[in-house]
Design a protein around this ligand. Structure first.
Ligand SMILES: C[S@@+](CC[C@H](N)C(=O)[O-])C[C@H]1O[C@@H](n2cnc3c(N)ncnc32)[C@H](O)[C@@H]1O
Length: 207
């Protein structure tokens, strides 16, 4: 079984070594479809406590803040944490997915854009349960991941790609209800839509 510490060390080094080019290459990505889908599933009448899970250099925390919400970021790359703090002025937690320390019931929503697929399959349920604990009841988890049915190294980054059925099994086991899903980029034929976005809701924990 692949070692999570090893996966993290190599994957995070890759991001750290390419931090500036990653920022330049992704800062103008249009992820409004994902942000809108996430926010539409949440309450409209109050500022929301949002965790941007694997926030990278901070493009989306900046957007959430400019929309009047209270986002905080989390990333395992120290360089990305510093960039995200600088770009957004928000708190950014330097934590790795294997050693999360999140406050229970503290977020209305978790936005995991292009990040959860870096968690190996055998560790995914544990991470999803931690996100479930960190959400308030009725809270929303958004995730967008490359789709497919493979797990392993893609160059220096580890990736676990799933289709909707397998993703749903993990999410339901962790206590989420899948509300809906869609494929990206918008307007392309399905074979060119390499990304799967899923909106899930935290179900109440049974006593
Ligand atoms: C593809 S980038 C996505 C960044 C950002 N969410 C975006 O949409 O541009 C994946 C992010 O996950 C972070 N990441 C990957 N594996 C991680 C791990 N094991 N622990 C913490 N962060 C991790 C990387 O540092 C990187 O910022």
């Amino acid at each position: 079984m692949i070692d999570f510490d090893e996966v993290e060390k190599i994957t995070l080094s890759h991001y750290e070594n390419n931090a500036e080019s990653f920022w330049q290459g992704t800062r103008d990505h249009d992820v409004s479809q994902n942000i809108d889908a996430f926010l539409q599933a949440l309450s409209k009448d109050k500022p929301l406590d949002i965790l941007d899970f694997g926030c990278g250099p901070g493009r989306d925390i900046h957007t959430f803040k400019s929309l009047g919400h209270n986002p905080i970021g989390l990333d395992g790359s120290k360089i990305f944490c510093e960039m995200a703090k600088k770009h957004s002025g928000c708190t950014v937690l330097h934590q790795s997915f294997s050693k999360l320390e999140l406050e229970v019931n503290s977020f209305d929503g978790v936005f995991a854009n292009a990040s959860l697929f870096h968690v190996p399959g055998h560790e995914l349920l544990k991470v999803l349960k931690q996100l479930h604990n960190a959400l308030r009841t009725g809270g929303v988890l958004f995730c967008s991941n490359p789709r497919g049915d493979i797990e392993g190294w893609q160059g220096q980054r580890y990736g676990h790609y799933m289709e909707i059925k397998s993703s749903q099994v993990y999410l339901e086991k962790a206590g989420f209800k899948v509300l809906h899903h869609y494929y990206r980029p918008e307007g392309q034929p399905r074979e060119k839509q390499n990304w799967l976005a899923i909106i899930s809701e935290k179900l109440p924990v049974e006593a």
